[in-house]
Write a protein that binds this ligand. Sequence first.
Ligand code: NDP
Length: 290
Amino acid sequence: MKLIDGKQIAREIVEELTAKVAQIDGPKPCIAFIRVGEDPASVSYVRSKNQTADKIGIRPLLFTFDDTITQDELYAKIDELNADTSVNGILIQSPLPPQLDEQSAFNRIDPIKDVDGFHVVNAGRVVHEDANGFVSCTPAGIIEICRREGIRLEGKHVVVLGRSLIVGKTFSLLAMQKGPHANATVTVCHSRTQNLKELTRQADVLVAAIGKPEMVTGDMVKEGAVVIDVGINRVEDASKKKGYKLVGDVNFGEVSPLASKITPVPGGVGPMTVALLMKNTVKAYELQNA
Ligand code: NDP
């Protein structure tokens, strides 16, 4: 079994982007983060994205709002950032409080600044295999892992657990695209799928994005499969300082001896998501300055 070091791959991408941004004369690319409320996970994600942007030379701007903000107040900030030509990318940290309509907020972002790739236009561009669109960062990160780890998807049976726009559905669309990085035969499973184990055992590449701690057990995986664990789940652990530990959707202890390659949690897909966000921001800058 080979452990896929997502941290190292993400570091390489960050280094490549740092070199690219250093070549830019004049104002550097700029990303604006909108965070609503003080959800600890959101605070930590935005902090980490901010720091990575800074490291690369991308100018980060942070706008924080109380969780009582209205949809119109949120729209007003998005409109202002859309109109500001010095801002290349806009990210609204999910989840938003329940009174806000998240997808409508994503759709308010100018699609050319939608570096998270959640705007309906960019989702459509994935379907159309339009390279000028923005692909959401986690699925794009998984494709990047496959490219850089020499995991060929062509002709392989890729089984995806989960059908969210953020991960499962978009990744399955990418894996079935025409092109040397894809061309897979894809099966997508979800909570209503029957005979899950029968399907997962057929996978040459198994991608788990369900949000259920360690649900994928050894008996669900074919020997030699590549296993990509997207899940990030907090489970109580009194021995840890924070009182919890992070585990994936895959039971690592059972599955890793069977897999030919596997991503750990943490340190697998997670760091790739931030790296791909930065890649999208540089792409947004390039598209806006072409
Ligand atoms: P969602 O809750 O939006 O989607 C979960 C999907 O899993 C749904 O399609 C659901 O089916 C399916 N599902 C749930 N239970 C089962 C089951 N028992 N069997 C089969 N399918 C099931 O989650 P996300 O896609 O947003 O996230 C998934 C995981 O990935 C989470 O742990 C999240 O924290 C993590 N994540 C990690 C990221 C990273 O950077 N590494 C980024 C984004 C997410 P149905 O549609 O029928 O409800």
